[in-house]
Write a new protein. Structure first.
Length: 225
């Protein structure tokens, strides 16, 4: 059922059909190997102390971070934003550019849970930021919108592993797609503009591409090149 839902999204709900989310035609770096699609040895981790104060996170965030770290065989750290970094979390922002750290507004995650009625959209947002650490450690050199869409694709690749393990409903997937749309660019910003993430259809297509890639047995950078 879920595979049909994802294929249907690619054929119908997704207007823009994407060939990839990496942004260039070069061959991707060698991708980690896995026999079951449930673990990939990236090894992303903090290289130094956090740039900003690293606030404590709640049990739900700890749970998804443990799962993400197990999936990517990494040790990335999640931090709630504190008073020393108001700029990076304005408007419920999430930031995954500090190597090995993800900063986020805890209230933004709570709002996502309340609005969607599912935990998967919030987990997808964290998986997107985690995807930036994966990009850094795999040496992926995409920029601008293509960098963000590849992080969406890698988040979808992780969600695919959750589908494999069971416990993900069609409603969870629909809510996750809707959340990606709500965070999409409201206008057609230049692909290279700082902070541009792609429009709704592009973000949903990238997530969908990653999910289908995992379910089809592809490696991460095969699914998200």
């Amino acid at each position: 059922m879920l595979t049909k839902l994802l294929a249907g999204a690619a054929a119908g709900a997704v207007v823009l059909v994407m060939g990839g989310c990496g942004g260039d035609d070069s061959d991707p770096p060698a991708s980690p190997q896995s026999s079951n699609g449930l673990s990939f040895p990236v090894g992303a981790r903090p290289l130094y102390l956090p740039q900003y104060l690293c606030g404590q996170v709640g049990p739900a965030t700890l749970e998804v971070m443990a799962d993400l770290n197990q999936f990517w065989q990494s040790s990335v750290v999640a931090c709630t934003c504190q008073s020393d970094a108001p700029g990076i979390c304005q408007g419920g922002a999430f930031v995954g550019t500090d190597p090995g750290y993800i900063y986020f507004d805890v209230y933004a995650l709570e709002r996502l849970d309340q609005i969607s009625g599912s935990r998967l959209p919030a987990d997808m947002v964290m998986a997107h930021e985690f995807g930036h650490s994966v990009q850094g450690w795999l040496g992926v050199g995409t920029v601008g919108k293509f960098r963000e869409l590849q992080a969406d694709c890698l988040a979808g690749f992780y969600v695919g592993s959750r589908i494999r393990r069971g416990g993900v409903s069609q409603s969870d997937i629909s809510s996750t797609f809707a959340t990606a749309c709500s965070y999409g660019d409201p206008y057609l910003a230049p692909w290279y503009a700082p902070g541009t993430h792609g429009v709704c259809q592009e973000r949903v297509a990238a997530l969908n591409q990653g999910m289908i890639g995992n379910l089809a047995g592809a490696l991460p950078l095969q699914a998200c090149q």
